[in-house]
Write a protein that binds this ligand. Sequence first.
Ligand SMILES: Cc1ncc(COP(=O)(O)O)c(C=O)c1O
Length: 278
Amino acid sequence: MSEARPRVWIDGTLYADAADATVPADDHGLVAGDGVFETLKIEPWGAFAIGRHVRRLENSAKVLGLPTPEESAVREGIAAVLAGRDFEFGRLRITWTGGIGPLSSNAAYGPPRLIVAAGPAARTSEPGRIVTVPWTRNPDDPLSGIKTTSYAGNVRALAYAHDHGAGEALFCNTRGQVCEASGSNIFLVFGDRVITPTLAAGPLAGITRACVIEQSGAVEEDIDLAAAQRADEVFLTGSLRDVHPIVAWDEHSYPVGPVTAAIAEEFARRSVDEPDPA
Ligand SMILES: Cc1ncc(COP(=O)(O)O)c(C=O)c1O
C-alpha cells in the first residue's frame, strides 16, 4: 500500500516534486541510523505542538551527540510544506541527520541535514486492537526513549501486530513491565484511577502522553503485563491517533469506557484552544 508523495523541504529548499528531494547515499542517517526525528499531526489550523516537538528533537539530538537544529529553521520548513497544502489532516515529519559521514559507525562529518515533509493521513476513527510482541524494550539501552531514525524494530513489531489481526504492537520491557507501543504510549484505567508507565520503564516521552497527564490527573506508575491486562479501560496516545480507545489486547476485551471518552474529549478541546502548548 503506497501513500501520496509528501511535500518536502530540505535545508531551505522546497521541492515541487518529492522525487527530486533526495539525500546522498552516504548521509549518516541512512548509513547508520544516525539521526533523530519527530512526527506531528497536521490539522486544518496547522501543526500541533511545534514547540514541544522541537524541544524533544533537540533533546534526542543531544543524546545522539549531534548538534541541535535551529528552531527558526524548523519552523521555516514547517511553514513551507504547509503553505498551499491540499489536505486537511495529515502527518508532518521533521528529520535531522548527522549529514555526510563514513560508511561505518564513526561519527558523521556533517553538517547535519534538516528535512521537513508533510502529507495527508487518515484520522483514526475506530477503536483499536493491540497485541503484545515477543520482543522487549531495554530501559538501560543508551538510546532508550529517544526518537532516532533507527526505527526498524518498530517496523518489524508493527508488521507482527498486523499479521496477528491488530493495529498496534505493545512492548513490555526487559523487567516484565508494560512499556509502550510501536508508535504510541499506553494508559490503563482502573476505576477512576488512570496510570501510564514511568519514563524509567523506557517509553518515549510522548507529547500526547504529557498533555493527557497534565489534563487528566493520570499518574505515572509501572505495572506488569498480567496486572495491566486486568484494567477496566485501555487507551493509546500518539500524535496521529490522539486518545485512541483499545477494545482488544491479546485475548482480553475492553469497552470504550466513560473515562477514556472524557479524556479524549478534553484532549480534542484543548488542542484546538492551545495548538502550541508551552
Ligand atoms: C515509540 C513511540 N512511543 C510513543 C509515541 C507517541 O508520542 P507522541 O505523542 O509524541 O506522538 C511515538 C510517536 O511516534 C513513538 O514513536
